[in-house]
Design a protein. Structure first.
Length: 735
């Protein structure tokens, strides 16, 4: 059985949280093709008088689905995403003299593009001009797009009639750093013209979409797309007509009980068509509005009938209608409404299952309802709802497998259940339970892949399931197990790329796996292998940057890898190569911070780690005063940025405090040295059940505080775990 819902699964975290040689992965959402580091795909800037246009644009872009042939291909901004959302437009016109509020400031900073709805009202709006000026001075001006809805686009040679110019001055003129707009003209941005005399709504939308996807307009506007657009209009019209017919039939069913059976049969037939064939035709063209009508009409019909009067088929259609409503609400960002719909669906499928507990289809249907309840609750951070739902989902999947062990779809359902439960447990730091779940997932997908070794999708499924298993083993201080999982993951990606060199999923996965392997190898003390792994990862990201030098994700990867290389090169006393790596990392980091001064990773985490390595380089040169000054700046900056907000931040802060104490001691200030080491010791807490890297910080702090007994106990624990990171082993070496 093929089912779209069960292929939607949770993920294990931002890929590059597991790249650094001394960083872990933290729980989050698995990144897909074209995922951006920005919270919003675009910020819509508009005059409140053009609010209807803003509402139309929001719906048109957020419901647009990229042609399947383009998804995952390399575009101007990286892998082409399947969807362009969310967009930000929730603000009302207000005087610009009040300045940009913190919420608006954050939204602008968190948006990849700025779309300006251009009209004479927008041109006169101080607020719109202010937003454009802010984006120009804080972000990449080439990411500003314009949509003309009224007025005339004036130019220097052909100015628009007085009062009719649609372009805000900030859009067409150079802006100073203080947000003042000069009289010097700048290059006009890409403009789509939604007016009837211009491109029209449809073509204007496609122009904006092509620009945001980073593909050519001709790749979107072709005969196939035109046919699909025509079909979408016909289907949407048919759906509304069918909904009207169904409403009439439903009315007759309520009003004329003597004709109930005949009317219900007709209405049920229409509902079945709407929830199956019509839905399958509407989904590929992204018509959320029509899908919403379908779901709501079906619910209205069944809502007029007592649940006890509904037969099994009718209950099944009611559950599918609730699923449809829930999915549409989820896609529109209404998680509360989605959760309520899925809870109702679960109650319906539960009643169906109670009528026939051994029916595989009813078990499967209820599993989908339960999964969606868990998924939306997980998104909302409601763990008390999510965990029971995920465990129930697993129990139902196990029932399916018990009914028919040879059914590959049932086996895959169980793998999804294990993976989703493991991801939830990983986020709860319940590592032992998470490892068992991920290991079970691997076993299932492994067995399925063995049946069809030439199916690259199944091979990639194995590789993707190895990644969270490796992470969990690393968090449990099992470097050998983590290394074995990563080696297998890497081998699969190489195999897939051998058959399909342009496979974007495999490229991205291999890059992350290589860098993650470097971290595991370094923790095991294999410096040469760690260096080789990071160099290979650096070569890979270099190839990606050649293709798309403006891609912020690839740029961040380079900063992380070269920072890791700089650290490893210090362990082999290659100071010149280490310094070259930090200079390069600093250059790429500056390009990121220039784009976005509010990104915590770019402006706090990465600078803190890089500053620590630069201070270590100065220490190697015996420039203790300069090293202390550089380190103090990094520590101060970390504090200002609220840097110590997670375990990665704690570890880097611990390293900086240890080095600060050493530098103070070398300059003869023993009191300051002990104070810094004591802070490092306190940072690691008192529990013995912590990560090895934090235990290593505790050991070094205790050793330098002349507490040999306590330090010896920590060393024994680390030796038992097989921890051999050079930072730790060098600290244990006398002299």
């Amino acid at each position: 059985m093929c089912n779209r819902v069960r292929q939607r699964r949770l993920g294990t975290g931002s890929a590059w949280r597991r790249v650094s040689a001394v960083q872990d992965l933290v729980a989050g959402v698995r990144r897909g093709a074209g995922v951006s580091e920005y919270r919003y795909k675009a910020f819509i800037s508009y005059s409140w008088a053009d609010a209807k246009w803003a509402k139309w644009l929001l719906g048109a872009i957020e419901t647009y689905r990229t042609p399947a042939a383009l998804v995952g291909q390399e575009g101007r901004y990286g892998p082409v995403p399947a969807r362009l959302r969310p967009l930000f437009k929730d603000r009302e016109e207000q005087p610009a003299s009040a300045g940009i509020g913190s919420a608006l400031d954050e939204a602008l900073a968190s948006s990849e593009f700025l779309i300006v709805i251009c009209s004479p009202r927008a041109a006169a709006s101080k607020w719109v001009n202010h937003e454009i000026a802010w984006f120009k001075t804080h972000r990449d001006p080439s990411r500003i797009l314009a949509l003309i809805v009224d007025g005339e686009p004036g130019t220097a040679l052909h100015p628009a009639p007085h009062g009719q110019d649609c372009f805000p001055k900030a859009l067409t003129h150079i802006v100073n750093a203080d947000l003042t707009v000069t009289h010097a003209r700048a290059d006009a941005p890409l403009a789509a013209d939604a007016r009837k005399v211009g491109d029209g709504k449809t073509n204007a939308k496609l122009k904006l979409v092509a620009a945001m996807l980073g593909v050519g307009l001709d790749e979107l506007v072709n005969r196939d797309v035109r046919r699909r657009a025509l079909r979408a209009r016909l289907i949407a019209s048919a759906s509304l007509a069918l909904a009207a017919v169904m409403a009439v039939l439903a009315w007759f069913a309520v009003q004329a009980r003597n004709e109930a059976q005949q009317q219900r049969a007709a209405a049920d037939g229409l509902v079945e068509f709407m929830l199956t064939d019509l839905r399958e035709k509407l989904e590929p063209v992204g018509r959320l509005d029509a899908l919403d009508v379908v779901g709501k009409r079906a619910l209205t019909y069944y809502g007029e009938q007592p649940t006890g009067d509904l037969d099994a088929d009718a209950l099944g259609r009611r559950a599918r209608a609730l699923h449809l409503v829930g999915e549409v609400r989820d896609l529109r960002g209404d998680s509360e409404g989605a959760l309520n719909a899925f809870k109702q669906a679960a109650a319906t499928t539960q009643e169906l299952l109670a009528r026939d507990p051994r029916d595989g289809q009813r078990i499967f249907d209820h599993a989908q309802s339960v999964y969606w309840v868990g998924y939306v609750a997980y998104q909302r951070g409601e763990s008390t709802i999510a965990e029971p739902a995920f465990r129930d989902y697993k129990r139902l999947a196990q029932q399916l497998v018990a009914l028919d062990p040879g059914n590959d779809d049932w086996q895959m359902e169980l793998s999804y259940a294990e993976g989703n439960l493991g991801t939830f447990l990983l986020g709860q730091k319940r590592y032992a339970e998470a490892e068992r779940a991920f290991a079970a997932e691997v076993a299932i997908v492994d067995a399925l892949a063995a049946k069809t070794p030439r199916d690259m999708d199944r091979q990639l499924a194995v590789a993707e399931s190895m990644a969270p298993l490796a992470l969990t083993r690393r968090m449990r201080d099992d470097p050998a197990g983590a290394r074995a999982a990563l080696e297998r993951e890497t081998a699969i990606y190489r195999k897939v790329l051998g058959a399909d060199p342009k496979n974007a999923t495999a490229k991205r996965g291999l890059l992350v796996a290589m860098a993650s392997s470097g971290a595991v190898l370094l923790a095991q003390g294999d410096i040469a292998a760690a260096l080789a792994a990071n160099r290979a990862a650096d070569d890979a990201v270099g190839e990606l940057l050649v293709i798309d030098p403006s891609n912020s994700q690839w740029t961040e990867f380079r900063v992380r890898i070269r920072t890791a290389l700089a650290e490893i090169l210090l362990y082999v006393d290659d100071l010149a190569a280490s310094r070259s790596a930090t200079v390069s990392a600093r250059y790429y980091l500056n390009t990121l911070t220039a784009k976005d001064r509010h990104n915590h990773v770019w402006n706090a985490m990465l600078p803190g780690r890089l500053g620590y390595i630069e201070a270590q380089q100065l220490r190697h040169e015996r420039k203790y005063a300069e090293a202390a000054e550089r380190l103090s700046a990094s520590i101060r900056h970390a504090g200002e940025q609220a840097y110590a907000a997670d375990s990665d931040a704690d570890f880097t802060m611990g390293l900086m405090l240890l080095l600060q104490g050493e530098l103070a001691q070398k300059r003869g200030n023993d009191a300051d040295a002990r104070a810094a080491w004591q802070q490092a010791r306190q940072l690691t807490g008192d529990s013995g059940d912590v990560e090895s890297r934090m235990l290593a910080v505790r050991y070094i702090a205790l050793d330098r505080l002349d507490q040999p007994v306590a330090a010896g106990a920590i060393a024994a624990a680390l030796d038992k775990r097989g921890y051999r990171h050079p930072l730790y082993t060098q600290a244990r070496t006398p002299g």
